[in-house]
Each structure stands twice: as C-alpha cells, then as structure tokens.
Design a protein around this ligand. Sequence first.
Ligand SMILES: [Zn+2]
Ligand SMILES: [Zn+2]
Length: 179
Amino acid sequence: MAKPNVQQIRFLEDLKLFVIEVMSSFDIWSKQQLTSLSYVKLGVLRKNATQRHGVTRWKRGVKAPKHIHEVDVVDLHPRLLFEDWKPYAAWVLHHEFVHALGYFAHDSAFRTLEQLWPSKKSSKMGSKFTEMLRREKATWLWVCPKCKKEFPRQKQGNGRYMCKTCKCALDDVPMTASQ
Ligand SMILES: [Zn+2]
Ligand SMILES: [Zn+2]
C-alpha cells in the first residue's frame, strides 16, 4: 500500500532473487513458474501494520484468482527489510509466492509446499517479529509485580489483567525511550 523507497526496492529485489533461487532447488516449480515469479511486483505494507507481515494482492476485479498473472503486488512489512530479519523476510516472501502460484487457501497442499522452505528456524521468527512490532507501538508496559514479565500494550490495563503464571494483577508502567 505504501510506496517503497530506493533502499527498500533494492532489498526486495535481492530478496526476490534469493527466494527464487532457493525455490528452483525444490524440483517442483517449472522454469516458467519461476520466471513469472521474477516479474511479480513487490511493495511494502504501511509501517503501522501489525497483524500481517506479508500479503498477496490480486488485480482489481479478480474475484477467483487462478493465475500468477492476476497478482497485482506482493507487499511485505517494511520492518522486515533489514539484515537482522532477512531469514524471516525470505520465509514470508516464499509463503506469498506459494499463494501467487495458485494456492490461495492455507490448506494441506499449501502447507506441504510452504514446508519445503529449508530453514525451519525462519518460520519461528514470526512471533518475535510480532512482539517487536508491538513493543515499538506500545505506550504502556503491563508488568507482573512477581515474575516481572512484561506485556507491551497501547493502553493502560488498570488492574484488569492478570499474570497467568502468578495469578496477580499486572501493573501499568509507562514506556520510556530507554525501553
Ligand atoms: Zn498466507
Ligand atoms: Zn507473573
């Protein structure tokens, strides 16, 4: 949805080449499919998106997409486009490329193809990425007075939330720049 800047475009192009190269080693996708992936336009999500880390958007008016030529753009979260998150960015782009190749639902056929991605560790970075986005947006930390576990949130909890482990109400601590 947002417009990528020059660095983001460069990062996305590198990432695309890398993902296609890895996919070419699976012996599942034809040369033609891999070539059409290389023409898929990449963009970025709005930076305040937290739920989605990547999305495949279809061309306007396409109701039941069947073909990769009906892909409008694949958008990735802009915070993914840094070296530290590259393994996860590659995993997300691969996920979107499986959609682009005609697998729309997260069904078992989709999951089988998704799992061909060789780095299992990358998929597990997703929850860390979500946590990082949450922390960046948070203005309050809900802190357990007993075990000190922190829950970054946008609103105060006002004593309404409990630590599941310790069964005591969480304290509201304002976020500061240092956190
Ligand atoms: Zn998906
Ligand atoms: Zn606790």
